[in-house]
Design a protein around this ligand. Structure first.
Ligand SMILES: NC(=O)C1=CN([C@@H]2O[C@H](COP(=O)(O)OP(=O)(O)OC[C@H]3O[C@@H](n4cnc5c(N)ncnc54)[C@H](O)[C@@H]3O)[C@@H](O)[C@H]2O)C=CC1
Ligand SMILES: O=C(O)[C@H]1O[C@H](OP(=O)(O)OP(=O)(O)OC[C@H]2O[C@@H](n3ccc(=O)[nH]c3=O)[C@H](O)[C@@H]2O)[C@H](O)[C@@H](O)[C@@H]1O
Length: 459
């Protein structure tokens, strides 16, 4: 059995590494057009940081796991082809700002149609609008070859930062296939791959549309929980309730459950917002405006959460941060990843820069190049001379906080819990403010040191 995966990103890389690691009898080739990324996958410095990933890759690479830019060869030799390319929100034309941009998916389908010489199972691993499998099938069959294609949906549910554990012991694997004999056979072939290590009862099979829609729905539900608790956090601040206590109290109800109730400065990451907007667009497309509005509110609440966090900083710092050094600890969208896509930190820093703050950033895994690129993309460079505004990126948290008016925690990195806050206090300007956008610090202890400390949804 040979598998090819198109797209060596945050999903394609780890997912295929796990398949290769667990299935000695399967040869897995991950192909990508990005030469730099492929070179990194073949080096000691993998292109993405994920706890435990190095070991999984090293175990299989060169044996039954290969990374290459030879896309056509990969496609031609494979029995099963995963499509794991990016599906960002469209930025142009019809559906701009909401619909998923499917151009990379279509390019893959056309490439497969052109170079395939024998029957293939094509698997949607990327997150896609419901009914994309139909378009892929039509493109594949449009080539008019006498070979047969089966299109399956197999969405990925891993979360960044825990990708390896999620892949090793998934809550479930979802496979959607066509309701026909050939469809069942293709589904079974993919079930057999996962059954190498995933208990059979955790491998769910459905029709294609249910599988495609379940992925968007899963992300919408998860993000909705965060927006719900974040909405309550604002009410907590107005009333003296503590959002962590409220979350604990409701989460102990087994019908609600404790997970995904951590109030924060807002959710980030490449997918939640994109996938909800995609769902909203689909609902609008199918003439369901009330359903669309319901889900869109999850994104509005998230934007509101980020905005009100910055407003609070400005208000607390005597209504101006102009010229003030604000130390930002954490730039990744969550801990244990170097991914900054849609990180709330980008928008918080942007808004602070608009208020003419001097932003000093430290993140243990995000490099200066990424920080500056992200901030440039949201328009924080001086338009007249292209020079960047007052942003500096530090390698050491203690340097970042020195002479700062305020410290702002934007990622819940474990190391931020362990910092010497007395030392930080001593080097800051007074009054020394601290805003914990992740509720990871003990505000009472900080206040004992002398900080003016606040969290999200905290009295
Ligand atoms: N990042 C995550 O944690 C998760 C992402 N997803 C979904 O998986 C999909 C991929 O996401 P990521 O891996 O994060 O994206 P990514 O941007 O990290 O990786 C995508 C890769 O595809 C490559 N690519 C694009 N067009 C290509 C083509 N025509 N031929 C060959 N390679 C091509 C790009 O060069 C890039 O390296 C998206 O649909 C996303 O919604 C699903 C679950 C989790
Ligand atoms: O489709 C995807 O891309 C993936 O999206 C999320 O995974 P991910 O975005 O990597 O990370 P999460 O742990 O879900 O966190 C997303 C954001 O929500 C925030 N968050 C999470 C949980 C919480 O209680 N509170 C909270 O603010 C995180 O800090 C982060 O900014 C889902 O959890 C995965 O199941 C899914 O496969």
């Amino acid at each position: 059995m040979k598998i090819c995966c198109i797209g060596a990103g945050y999903v394609g890389g780890p997912t295929m590494a796990m398949i290769a690691h667990k299935c000695d009898d399967i040869q897995v080739t991950v192909v990508d057009i990005n030469e730099k990324r492929i070179a990194a996958w073949n080096s000691d410095e993998l292109p993405i940081f994920e706890p435990g990933l190095d070991d999984v890759v090293k175990h299989a690479r060169g044996k039954n796991l290969f990374f290459t830019t030879e896309v056509d060869k990969g496609i031609r030799e494979a029995d099963i082809i995963f499509i794991s390319v990016n599906t960002p929100t469209k930025t142009y034309g019809v559906g701009a700002g909401k619909a998923a941009d499917l151009k990379y998916i279509e390019l893959c389908a056309r490439r497969i149609a052109e170079v395939a010489e024998d029957d293939k199972i094509v698997v949607e691993k990327s997150t896609l609008p419901v009914r994309t499998a139909e378009s892929i099938r039509r493109i594949l069959e449009g080539a008019g070859k006498s070979i047969k294609f089966q299109v399956l949906s197999n969405p990925e549910f891993l979360a960044e930062g825990t990708a390896v554990e999620d892949l090793e012991a998934p809550d479930r694997v979802l496979i959607g296939g066509e309701d026909s004999e050939a469809g069942d056979k293709a589904v079974q072939a993919l079930v057999d791959v996962y059954a190498h290590w995933v208990p059979r009862e955790r491998i769910l099979t459905t029709n294609v549309w249910s599988s495609e829609l379940s992925k968007l729905t899963a992300n919408a539900f998860l993000a909705q929980r965060i927006s719900s608790i974040n909405a309550i956090s604002e009410l907590c601040e107005a009333t003296g309730a503590d959002v962590d206590q409220v979350a604990h109290a409701i989460g102990t109800d087994s019908r609600v459950g404790p997970k995904f109730l951590k109030s924060s400065v807002g959710f980030g990451g490449s997918c939640f917002q994109k996938d909800i907007l995609n769902l909203v667009y689909l609902c609008e497309h199918f003439g369901l405006p009330e359903v669309a509005a319901y889900w869109e509110q999850v994104v509005h609440m998230n934007d509101h959460q980020k905005e009100r966090f910055v407003k609070r900083i400005v208000r607390t710092l005597f209504n101006t941060v102009s010229g003030k050094k604000i130390a930002v600890l954490g730039f990744a969208f969550k801990k244990d990843t170097n991914d900054t896509r849609e990180s709330p930190a980008i928008y918080v820093c942007r808004d602070l820069l608009r208020e003419h703050a001097q932003v000093a950033i430290y993140d243990p895994k995000v490099n200066e190049e990424s920080v500056l690129r992200d901030l440039e993309e949201v328009g924080t460079f001086e338009p007249d001379n292209g020079k960047r505004k007052h942003v500096s990126v530090y390698q050491d948290p203690y340097e970042a906080v020195k002479d700062a008016h305020a410290v702002v925690i934007l990622t819940e990195w474990d190391e931020f819990r362990e910092l010497d806050y007395q030392r930080i206090f001593d080097t800051m300007l007074k009054p020394a403010f601290i805003f914990d956008g992740r509720n990871i610090l003990d505000l009472k202890e900080l206040r004992k040191i002398g900080f003016e400390a606040s969290g999200i949804g905290k009295p």
